[in-house]
Design a protein around this ligand. Sequence first.
Ligand SMILES: NC(=O)c1ccc[n+]([C@@H]2O[C@H](COP(=O)([O-])OP(=O)(O)OC[C@H]3O[C@@H](n4cnc5c(N)ncnc54)[C@H](OP(=O)(O)O)[C@@H]3O)[C@@H](O)[C@H]2O)c1
Length: 287
Amino acid sequence: MILVTGACGRVGSRVAEILADKEIPFRAMSRTPDKLRKSEIVDVIYGDFEDPKSLDKAFDGVKTALVISGKAMPGKRCFTHKIAFDAAKRAGVEHIIYLSLLGSSANSVYGYCRDHYESERFLAETGISFTSLRNAFYLDMLFEKFGIDGILRGPAADGKGAFITREDVSQVAAAALLNPPIGVVEITGPEALGLKDIAERFSHLIGRKLDYDAETIDVARSRMQGALNDEWKRELEIEWFDAIAQGEQLPVNGNFKAMTGLEPYSIEQYFEEFPHVFDILRTRRAA
Ligand SMILES: NC(=O)c1ccc[n+]([C@@H]2O[C@H](COP(=O)([O-])OP(=O)(O)OC[C@H]3O[C@@H](n4cnc5c(N)ncnc54)[C@H](OP(=O)(O)O)[C@@H]3O)[C@@H](O)[C@H]2O)c1
């Protein structure tokens, strides 16, 4: 049996769709299972990383599981993943696919990269064979980072990232579920992109002038004082840009194609097939 956690999330629900299209039976785990549809091949179950008993039920009879990283403060989130990995161990799971992040290391400037590194250590400690997909930053994350004035602000300097689309992340996760474990693998999009270049290419596609303003870390920090209430969230946002400035979101590699047989989407191909995901860039404007 295959288990997909986070089945109501964007990656989890897309992975579920890909498996269902291939008519592969699986169990979908969610904190809100009522939102999911059961079928002859899809079993639905409640599960929360913070509720070990629910995980014992969710992992029961499972041989391969996709553990989609959850949402919590860096440094705390890895312990919720540990609860899931330990439950998988008790249930005799043979292969865990974990959704990690490119640049994961103990020394990363980005809190979530340090947290993913800790999660990977907890996973390795269980002795379960694993595939840890260190996905580059999602291209889709950028859509939400442009201000209502069409400016993307942040301290990424002129750094570049090997951004990958959320669709491709879902495709590679589904492929990993159907193949043997390969350990840690870095997954990137097709090219190294600077934020100025991205703003220009988005502008061209959506017909609206967008731009990138490379702030210093101090300027970014004072701007965010009013925007985000929690200090850790503000710092995390700054660190996201800084990881790009420091070159932690490189280099581009061919692992996506090797695992899926597909070419990763370029910005233009993604727009052509999934134009609606760019909508926020068109609609979020100053009044
Ligand atoms: N590389 C990147 O740039 C990047 C960007 C964004 C996110 N990510 C990571 O990739 C993951 C998937 O992305 P996404 O876009 O699909 O995010 P998403 O739509 O926010 O979905 C994340 C899902 O994680 C599940 N989750 C959260 N807390 C949980 C908990 N305590 N126990 C069990 N499941 C929990 C939830 O599933 P249910 O609602 O079904 O319970 C949630 O819907 C994110 O959670 C994040 O860790 C990476």
